[in-house]
Design a protein around this ligand. Structure first.
Ligand code: SF4
Length: 304
């Protein structure tokens, strides 16, 4: 027995779906097959999207201008900030992310811009692709998709660059990228798309808390061919299991995930004793939100 709410089959697997599945298949079912998400606004994700949009617009304006004149760049920066933050509404003061204001975003963008100017002046990185979506076949023919922020050349070698915004930072922060399926996937995809070896991912992190930031930090996470092969094997096996469960229409609860992120949002729903009750809960406590990794900005509601 499962939900009577409409299910949209997922044709393509991606890292967000896979990671949620690995935490709890039931949660993946609720979010990515039934397409239900908590309503409300996630200011952390919104702030991250704003910063990504800023970097994307800035880079595209620079590339379109096809110039080396960095005197023009301040105007591009102002325009990119305007485009990215146009619709931003600051969080209410009682919100735990109240510090993620438009003013804090502008400070973050200006700091990022300083680093960007230094990169261009010193010709450190040659950015080849910006906001590149991909849907690529694994060895079995299964399609795996995603989207990365940049592909660039550094010292003659190819890298992916990923921008992250966070309010958590510590000595152990860089360790979270190694091992990390998302970074391995990016390395694999960039290599497939370019037909060249890719060294790994340069991760640029923008750190903000109530009392700290903005701060920019940069980390490097390399991948070998054997690590990429292992990732492919892992994904293929997981995908086979997902296919079996999808065919059977049964998505087991993995209750070790119930306390993730200060408690899974769906706990009340999962604690109910019938799907009739759960469907009613989902309809009253969530919004319909279709996840599409090619257009992540379109998603509604809060997804962790
Ligand atoms: S409450 Fe627990 S079982 Fe239910 S979706 Fe969340 S993690 Fe899975």
């Amino acid at each position: 027995m499962s939900s009577l709410l409409p299910v949209i089959p997922r044709e393509t697997l991606d890292t967000s779906v896979l990671q949620t599945w690995q935490r709890c298949p039931r949660k993946a079912y609720l979010q990515y097959w039934l397409n239900r998400s908590p309503g409300g606004k996630n200011y952390s994700i919104g702030f991250g999207i704003m910063y990504h949009t800023f970097r994307e617009e800035l880079e595209k304006m620079w590339q379109d201008a096809d110039t080396d004149d960095l005197n023009l760049a301040a105007g591009f920066c102002r325009a990119a900030i305007e485009i990215a933050s146009d619709e931003w509404e600051d969080p209410p003061v009682e919100n735990s992310k109240a510090f993620l204001t438009k003013q804090r975003f502008i400070q973050s963008a200006l700091q990022g811009f300083e680093a960007w100017v230094a990169e261009k002046r010193n010709k450190v990185f040659n950015v080849l692709e910006v906001e590149q979506g991909f849907q690529l076949p694994l060895p079995s023919g299964r399609i795996f998709g995603g989207r990365f922020d940049q592909i660039l050349e550094w010292n003659g070698q190819l890298w992916v660059r990923d921008f992250k915004t966070t309010s958590r930072m510590g000595k152990s922060y860089p360790k979270m990228f190694d091992p990390n399926d998302q970074m391995t996937c990016y390395t694999w995809a960039a290599s497939q798309l370019s037909g060249r070896p890719v060294k790994g991912v340069i991760i640029q992190v923008i750190y903000n808390t109530k009392n700290t930031g903005p701060e920019h930090h940069q980390f490097i996470s390399t991948r070998s061919e054997s690590q990429i092969e292992e990732w492919q094997q892992n994904v293929e096996r997981e995908a086979t299991i997902i296919d079996q469960h999808t065919e059977e229409g049964y998505f087991p609860m993995r209750t070790t995930g119930c306390n993730d992120f200060n408690g899974c949002f769906y706990r009340e729903c999962c604690g109910m004793s019938s799907w009739k009750m759960r469907d009613a809960w989902l309809e009253s406590h969530t919004v319909e939100s279709h996840w599409d990794f090619m257009n992540p900005d379109e998603e509604k509601g809060i997804v962790d």
